[in-house]
Design a protein around this ligand. Structure first.
Ligand code: SF4
Length: 544
């Protein structure tokens, strides 16, 4: 195996790996500071923060010959015998000079800067800078430039790393950003009339190592040190991008991409990034309700739902469905596989012949791919694959929402339980009419819909950050995640209701359900052990 020597410690790298000094040093647990380098972008070696000493060890004699000057770690590839020195006096001096130069032109406005607390300029200055300023502080302009509908540029704070410019050229392929002027006067800007407005634009805020690019959605909402973060999965489309949900006191403040080489690399789309506001929408359904027995519904004069305590939902819902007769269940692709599996189990315990089918799959346009390899899926739900696999376990594989509508229309159903949980309007009056004559209709959703008028039971659903479990994306990649925030008071996550309806004791435990599912179905066998944060590829595991 090729070996690299980092500050005297030998680390092995793969024979085919193409690593630079920053990446090789990380293998040895050494972080080489850098601003302009990013693994998802081209190398420009412009910030000079990653200057280090390197050399080469002779394999025959073991003698090391060093390069007589500092070199940029981002631009210097390693090979067998490469020697990296990250902590010499020359390296430390170089870092201190780079920090000093940057801070001459950077306002110390940390108290009003969104980036404070997660700013590389702050962190590197503490780690590598010097305590005293040798140059006079000059006046800053505090110019703010609206470079796009979602992003502001705080011009003085920019350190000209050009990560943002390269992103728009290499990843989004939209090229809105550029460097204007030269030398000490250079600035980031957009071309007149062409704002930074593309479907991946928010990523430049994550890329900016300082507070120059601000996300208007998050600006001045929270200090970052108040935020807690949970590894989640975006529910916006069937790509299932890995994200961090950042929240405080059960309120989500922002979503950030979570690096996952198997799914989304370093990026997320803006639709996913800002797709959390519905969680805090005041029009959400917040309580379980049932229309009084004998009251007609579906004619526009339906009686109001009477609130029902959850303990009574568990027994009353089962009783109503058993009494109604032939049951039909739509299993929403917004549910996790654990929830879907329990729901199917509940349905079959009520009616062993229950007709199970995949719920509505929202589609908007086609898949959209970008030059950097990122793809936004047209299928706007995270777990169609997972629900399809669950349905196959129950002998209902391949059944779709349209099959369910046809089943109901042909008079083969007495009761229907429609699970939904979509963040936006998803059905219409005509579709809802199909359920108008049913003796019992259960609708479990985030918001009122045309189905509400015909419902006997209305049950709240939860959003992506309020549930726990596993989603399987369009490429059969399974990712498990924990609940980030609690749902609004009075709302039970779907899994908790199904867990109780199955008569299971204690608190709902998605991990226990997942293990049980893995043991009972070969299709889910790979979900049995501890799941890595980046998930598992179910197809690969099955073939192995
Ligand atoms: S705005 Fe941020 S990402 Fe862009 S060049 Fe300046 S410091 Fe770098």
């Amino acid at each position: 195996m090729p070996t690299v020597i980092v500050d005297g410690h030998e680390v092995e790298i793969g024979a085919d790996e193409r690593l630079n000094c920053i990446e090789a040093a990380r293998r040895a647990g050494k972080e080489i500071p850098h601003y302009c380098w990013h693994p998802g972008l081209s190398v420009v070696a412009s910030c000079r923060m990653c200057l280090i000493e390197t050399g080469q060890r002779d394999p025959a004699t073991g003698k090391v010959s060093m390069v007589p000057k500092l070199v940029p770690g981002c631009q210097t590839p390693v090979r067998d015998g490469t020697v990296i020195v990250t902590e010499s006096e020359a390296v430390k001096e170089s870092r201190a000079r780079v920090e000093e130069a940057l801070l001459i032109d950077h306002p110390i406005d940390c108290p009003i800067c969104d980036k404070a607390g997660e700013c590389l300029l702050q962190d590197y200055h503490f780690d590598h800078g010097q305590a005293e300023r040798r140059a006079d502080i000059h006046a800053f302009t505090s110019r703010k430039r609206e470079v796009g509908p979602t992003i502001s540029l705080f011009v003085d704070r920019c350190i000209m790393c050009t990560r943002c410019v390269r992103f728009t050229r290499e990843v989004s392929g939209t090229g809105e950003l550029m460097v204007t002027s030269r030398g000490a006067k250079e600035e980031i800007d957009v071309f007149p009339g062409f704002p930074l407005d593309n479907k991946l634009a928010g990523n430049v805020v994550d890329l900016c190592p300082v507070g120059a690019l601000g996300d208007k959605d998050f600006l001045y909402q929270q200090r970052v040190w108040f935020l807690k973060r949970e590894a989640n999965v975006c529910g916006g489309c069937s790509a299932g991008c890995s994200i961090h949900t950042e929240h405080n006191q059960d309120t989500v403040y922002r979503l950030k991409p979570r690096e996952n080489p198997h799914v989304n690399t370093w990026w997320i789309c803006d639709e996913g990034r800002y797709g959390w506001h519905h969680l805090h929408d005041s029009s959400r359904i917040l309580a379980a309700g049932r229309r009084p027995t004998g009251h007609s519904h579906g004619n526009g004069n339906a009686a109001a739902f009477q609130p029902v305590e959850w303990a009574d939902v568990v027994t009353g819902l089962r009783a109503d469905l058993e009494q109604a007769g032939r049951l039909t269940v739509a299993v929403s692709p917004m549910l996790t596989v654990e929830e879907a599996w329990m729901l199917c189990g509940v349905a079959r315990s009520i009616d062993p012949e229950a007709f199970l089918a995949l719920g509505h799959v929202p589609i908007r346009g086609g898949d959209e791919s970008f030059p950097g390899g990122f793809t936004i899926r047209g299928e706007k739900c995270p777990n169609r694959k997972g629900v399809e696999e669950v349905l196959a376990v129950f002998g209902a594989g391949g059944r779709t929402w349209n099959d369910l509508l046809a089943h109901v229309a042909s008079g083969h159903a007495d009761a229907a339980w429609i699970t939904a949980g979509y963040p936006a309007a998803w059905t219409d009056e005509a579709t809802a009419e199909a359920f108008a004559g049913l003796p019992c209709l259960v609708v479990q959703d985030l918001f009122d819909s045309p189905l509400t008028a015909h419902a006997t039971w209305q049950l709240p659903a939860v959003g992506f950050a309020e549930r726990a479990g596993t989603w399987i994306n369009v490429a059969h990649h399974a990712q498990s995640f924990r609940q980030a925030i609690r749902p609004p008071a009075g709302v039970w996550p779907e899994g908790r209701l199904y867990w109780n309806m199955l008569g299971r004791r204690g608190l709902y435990d998605p991990v226990a359900v997942r293990r049980q599912l893995a043991e009972s179905s070969p299709a889910f066998a790979a979900l049995g052990g501890d799941m890595p944060e980046t998930g598992v590829d179910l197809r690969v595991r099955q073939l192995a």
